[in-house]
Design a protein around this ligand. Structure first.
Ligand code: PHE
Length: 357
């Protein structure tokens, strides 16, 4: 065996037995680095005769290529082994159960909101949003409630100080209806949106809290009439309470921004002190609605001779109480863990649909 074959055998054996990437790198430097064994042999070529140099040069090149290839192959093997080891060591056991003591629940208000959004989404509504701190114009004036209108007194409004002298004071929105105005001004007609969100009124007793939630609905198109409003809300109530042919009662009512206006009651009855939804002797009001007042359409730059629309507004807590048998409104906001565990929904089962437009 000549000298170069001997070197090749030795290096290949060393490479073969390397068990770590670092070890392989050391071998590479020792053989092919600037001061490496093969590099040094190549440097000596200069002292040979042209004939010898050609022959030995070719052999050295072959040796270098052989060692380079061998190093690369071994490197791939070691890297694969290292990855495999990491994969095994860092494996997560996804079958591990969550620790029940740190498991949160979906609040009934969120749950009911998701359910409502899902139902209206199926009817082609998309979700719109507006700010909680609202300008007087959107909350009142554009909705046909001018400054001295008595309807303003019904709302127990929280007013914020004016930002600058001469600017209008802002309010915490008293209903989700300002989102009607914002959506119509921005998108014009036709339009089909719902707007769930938080609203505020200065009122606190067994059936009122200063913060509560509403969902607003708005449908503007050509030729819309009360029949559409009725069908839409009848379908909604039946699906929300899982009751086909749930009796509804449309009572005439007054809202400055709709004409005609109505309030809708759903049929219910009492059993062992609890209110249950379904055909019975009692009625319970659950929402306000009506055909959008032409003045409101015009305030938003929509031609009221061409387009009509209906709107409705509904309290979310009221529906949650009815659907899930929650007796006390105030308990929604007390953050009592026992209550949340009892009435909350599992995050795995909750119907998650809340995406914005
Ligand atoms: N904004 C009204 C309220 O808060 C409800 C409503 C909305 C009525 C839309 C008619 C149309 O009482």
């Amino acid at each position: 065996m000549n000298e170069l074959q001997f070197i090749a055998e030795r290096l290949l054996a060393q490479i073969n037995s390397a068990s770590a990437l670092q070890e392989l790198e050391t071998l590479r430097v020792q053989a092919l680095g600037k001061q490496g064994e093969i590099s040094n042999l190549m440097k000596n070529l200069g002292s040979l005769s042209p004939e010898e140099r050609k022959e030995r040069g070719a052999l050295l090149n072959a040796l270098r290529d052989q060692i380079t290839t061998s190093l690369e192959e071994k490197k791939e093997i070691l890297e694969a082994a290292q990855l495999q080891e990491r994969l095994e060591k860092e494996k997560i056991d996804i079958t591990l159960p969550a620790r029940p003591q740190v498991l949160g629940t979906i609040h009934p208000i969120s749950q009911v909101m998701y359910e409502m959004i899902a139902i209206f989404r199926n009817m082609g509504f998309s979700v719109a949003e507006g700010p909680d701190i609202e300008e007087d114009f959107y909350n009142f004036t554009a909705l046909n409630i001018p400054l001295e209108h008595p309807a303003r007194q019904d709302h127990d409004t929280f007013y914020l100080p004016a930002l600058d002298e001469g600017t209008e004071r802002r309010v915490l929105r008293t209903h989700t209806s300002p989102v009607q105005i914002r959506s119509m001004l921005k998108k014009k007609a036709p339009l089909r949106i719902i707007a769930p969100g938080r609203v505020y009124r200065s009122d606190y007793d067994a059936t009122h809290t200063p913060t509560f939630h509403q969902i607003e609905g708005l449908y503007v198109a050509e030729g819309v009439h009360m029949g559409h409003l009725k069908a839409c809300l009848q379908t909604f109530c039946e699906q929300m309470f899982n009751q086909p042919q749930l009796p509804l009662r449309f009572r005439p009512a007054y809202f400055p921004f709709t004409e005609p206006s109505a309030e809708i009651d759903i049929a219910c009855y009492r059993k062992e002190g609890q209110l249950i939804v379904g055909p019975g002797q009692d009625w319970l009001e659950i929402l306000g609605c009506g055909m959008i007042h032409p003045k409101v359409l015009e305030n938003c730059g929509i031609d009221s001779t061409k387009y009509q629309g209906f709107a409705f507004g509904m309290g979310i807590e009221r529906v949650a109480m009815l659907k899930y048998g929650i007796p006390d409104l105030r308990s929604f906001y007390e953050a009592d863990l026992r209550w949340l565990r009892h009435y909350g929904f599992s995050a795995f089962e909750a119907l998650m649909e809340g995406t914005s437009e």
